[in-house]
Design a protein around this ligand. Structure first.
Ligand code: HEM
Ligand code: FES
Length: 345
């Protein structure tokens, strides 16, 4: 959570994760370059580096795009979400080196401005004739904006919905890159395996997103029970919720987390203020419902983060009758205290 914009804390797990990332990337670059140079005596070292950095970036991008849906489908992938930003910035730096080397190697020595030349090249004939570099350039611009705004400072200043929308443009960058890479590969490869791998990567990313999307739609189905005369809706039995846990329900189109803790029941919005994480999948830790994505915390009775943090989410009126939990679908303003209902067991 954030007081100002200082958010998710640095810890040993994250450092180990970053070290693993750096070693993985460096290992890939060294092994790819060494194998290419050893097996193709005529290969130019700069062009080998251009390919190595481009491939490392696109592989990392596929991994990054898979993390979101994987974490939705199986909570065991959640730890990968914590460091997704570091993966994104690393991917951008790899792509920047690839793009920079390409501009330098293919465009810097002519009479045309190198950046104009990127857009004027590759209009000839043959299977690889397509202005694919312009697609890579536009994608790199999008990735730059995303990397530059990746810090929580920008998340706090742009507000979560604007930041999230901005970062959704990764899918536009990905579409541009699929075209760029498909035609980029054709420049030097006649082996169809490379294009088949790209198609398989695209299919895997699309399938994971569809699967996770279907799961979300199913989870968002409104709670079936009809409202009582005073508007309260029966959402579950107390025994349906494990102690110190929450369950998700959907009321009036809103995701709600119904929390059971210390013999009490409360209901707050199920959407985390940080990046819309699924609060109902979090645990009750140190007096707060804790978001499973990056650890923002909210008190179940007020929907407010503990001081010094300032985030608040809407709360819902709740009551328990004979072991049945009833929630009023009308949200209270974010941060409004609601007396928890006793669940006596
Ligand atoms: C200024 C932006 C860019 C320029 C000028 C550029 C230029 C190029 C060129 C000239 C090639 C063909 C290399 C060859 O003949 O082997 C290529 C291929 C490729 N590019 Fe880019 N690129 C840019 C951005 C990007 C970005 C942002 C990514 C990924 C995140 C990317 C990933 C790739 C990949 C994976 C290949 C295929 C490598 C291979 O042949 O194995 N490029 N690019
Ligand atoms: S803590 Fe990041 S989405 Fe909840």
């Amino acid at each position: 959570m954030s007081a100002g914009y200082k958010a998710v804390t640095w810890n040993r797990f994250k450092k180990r994760y970053d070290l693993l990332l750096a070693l993985g990337v460096a290992g890939f670059l060294v092994v790819f370059s060494a194998v290419t140079l050893a097996t193709n005596g005529a290969a130019n070292p700069v062009q080998v580096l251009i390919r190595a950095f481009g491939l490392a970036a696109i592989l990392l991008l596929h991994f990054i795009l898979a993390i979101g849906p994987l974490a939705r489908l199986d909570p065991r992938f959640l730890p990968l979400l914590y460091n997704r930003r570091h993966l994104g910035v690393t991917m951008f730096l790899l792509a920047l080196i690839h793009g920079g080397l390409s501009v330098f190697w293919y465009h810097a020595f002519g009479s045309t401005n190198p950046f104009v030349s990127v857009f004027l090249s590759d209009w000839g004939e043959g299977p690889g004739a397509f202005p694919f570099q312009a697609f890579g350039f536009l994608a790199l611009l999008i990735l730059f904006v995303m990397a530059a705004t990746s810090h929580d400072f920008w998340l706090a200043n742009l507000t979560a919905p604007v930041w999230k929308t901005l970062h959704m443009s990764v899918y536009l960058a990905y579409a541009l890159l699929v075209v760029h890479v498909a035609f980029g590969v054709l420049q030097s490869e006649t082996n169809p395996l490379y294009l088949a791998l790209l198609a398989a990567g695209f299919a895997a990313v699309a399938a994971l997103h569809l699967l996770a999307g279907f799961r979300e739609v199913a989870a968002d189905r409104p709670t079936a029970a009809a409202p009582e005369a005073d508007g309260f809706v029966k959402v579950a039995r107390v025994s349906d919720i494990e102690p110190d846990r929450a369950i998700p329900v959907t009321l009036g189109g809103e995701r709600v987390a119904v929390v059971r803790y210390g013999g009490k029941i409360s209901a707050i919005s199920g959407v985390c203020q940080h990046q819309n994480g699924p609060l109902a999948e979090g645990k009750f830790v140190h007096g707060c419902l804790t978001c499973p994505w990056h650890g923002y915390q909210y008190k179940p009775d007020t929907g407010a983060s503990p001081p010094p943090f300032t985030e608040t989410v809407p709360t819902f009126d709740v009551r328990v009758v004979g072991g049945d939990i009833y929630v009023h679908p009308e949200p209270n303003p974010a941060g409004t205290r609601v007396e928890p209902a006793c669940c006596e067991n």
